[in-house]
Design a protein around this ligand. Structure first.
Ligand SMILES: CC(C)(COP(=O)(O)OP(=O)(O)OC[C@H]1O[C@@H](n2cnc3c(N)ncnc32)[C@H](O)[C@@H]1OP(=O)(O)O)[C@@H](O)C(=O)NCCC(=O)NCCS
Length: 81
């Protein structure tokens, strides 16, 4: 998976969590033992990932540059399957 996104009109209805559950279920029986992701620091999606069991394990300083030119760290997160 490269990017998790839900159309703005349908956000906050549980679809993002459903997609995460589906993705984890699809890989539970295979050789994959951990899920890794990276998200911009401050993205509200961090709360969703934490609730889903991801924990922050690293930080890439100034990894993202916003449209306004401001740089943001990337947070790397892991969840065991
Ligand atoms: C992140 C994203 C996929 C979540 O999808 P969603 O369908 O809204 O997620 P859910 O309805 O399952 O929300 C689960 C929790 O995530 C958090 N959350 C996710 N997006 C949020 C937002 N925009 N504002 C506030 N909280 C948000 C909340 O804690 C929410 O729980 P709550 O509704 O009980 O407060 C969606 O907001 C999105 O497409 N964002 C833009 C793209 C993006 O940033 N993707 C992540 C890149 S790593």
């Amino acid at each position: 998976m490269l990017l998790l996104a839900v159309d703005q009109r349908f956000q906050g209805m549980g679809l993002g969590t459903m997609l995460l559950n589906e993705f984890a279920d699809q890989h539970r029986e295979g050789p994959v033992t951990q899920l890794h992701l990276e998200v911009r620091d401050g993205n509200p999606a961090v709360a969703m990932y934490e609730r889903f069991g991801f924990r922050a394990v690293g930080r890439r300083k100034d990894y993202y540059r916003g449209h306004d030119g401001i740089r943001h760290d990337a947070v790397t997160m892991i969840r065991d399957l």
